[in-house]
Write a new protein. Structure first.
Length: 243
């Protein structure tokens, strides 16, 4: 009996380890994270993600809460400690005469501390790092922050809390993640294809369900401010398998 209990715990620990590294999800902003906020997690070296998100106008300050947004994103872990992200955001429903194309938002994230038994992963990130207009008037998704994430096992559940603090260094038309933000991800060994997420993005509380129909695919269904529907989908692949 003791042997069976130890074996089941070992198998659970193996599952959790695999889940942590193989099913990291993209947030609605296109950055690896929870509902909208980033986490300190990075994918393995050489792993990239591509996808798109639908964001309702009520949560899109870029459109002055007038139009919904479509986000196309790509993320690549260039080294075990370095990630580069690109987000393209388009306002939906704009007339062609308004000459709106997309907002381009490159980001860089650097892992400072690797997770250990008693330490969380700690990461520093800068979003929308370049601006084509003086005084940051074209920087609509600027953010600078430190964030920490830790994984715990509790029975058959993996629990991963995240906490971070954002501050303003770059001039920005709209700055995100100012102040404390945080959230939690919960996943069960018995429901491997589903994870539940709640986060606070310094303005609103958000809820989401991540669904993993395939090992390399993720679908997120979310309620921003627990009221407005949002969603995204992404695919992950290793560059080492391509080249």
């Amino acid at each position: 009996m003791i042997f069976l209990q130890c074996s089941s715990r070992a198998l659970l620990a193996i599952f959790i380890a695999i889940a942590v590294h193989s099913s990291l999800a993209q947030s609605l902003s296109g950055i690896p994270g929870l509902v909208y906020i980033p986490t300190a997690e990075l994918k393995k070296d050489g792993v990239s993600a591509i996808g798109l998100s639908y964001i309702p106008k009520e949560s899109l300050s870029y459109s002055r809460q007038q139009r919904d947004g479509l986000v196309v994103f790509a993320s690549m872990t260039f080294l075990p400690f370095l990630e580069i992200d690109l987000r393209l955001t388009k306002q939906l429903g704009l007339a062609a005469s308004e000459r709106h194309t997309v907002d381009r938002s490159p980001s860089v994230r650097v892992k400072l501390v690797r997770e250990r038994r008693t330490l969380p992963t700690i990461l520093f990130g800068v979003h929308d790092i370049f601006s084509t207009v003086e005084h940051g008037q074209a920087r609509h998704f600027g953010a600078t922050y430190f964030v920490a994430t830790k994984h715990f096992l509790h029975g058959t559940f993996m629990i991963a809390p995240t906490i971070g603090y954002g501050f303003e260094i770059l001039e920005s038309d709209q700055t995100e993640l100012l102040g404390f933000f945080g959230g939690i991800k919960i996943r069960s060994a018995y429901f491997r294809r589903i994870a539940l997420l709640v986060d606070y993005d310094t303005k609103y509380m958000n809820f989401a369900m991540d669904i993993y129909p395939l090992k390399s695919a993720q679908i997120k269904l979310a309620l921003l401010n627990f009221r407005h529907f949002a969603a995204n989908a992404s695919m992950h692949f290793s560059l080492f398998d391509v080249f």
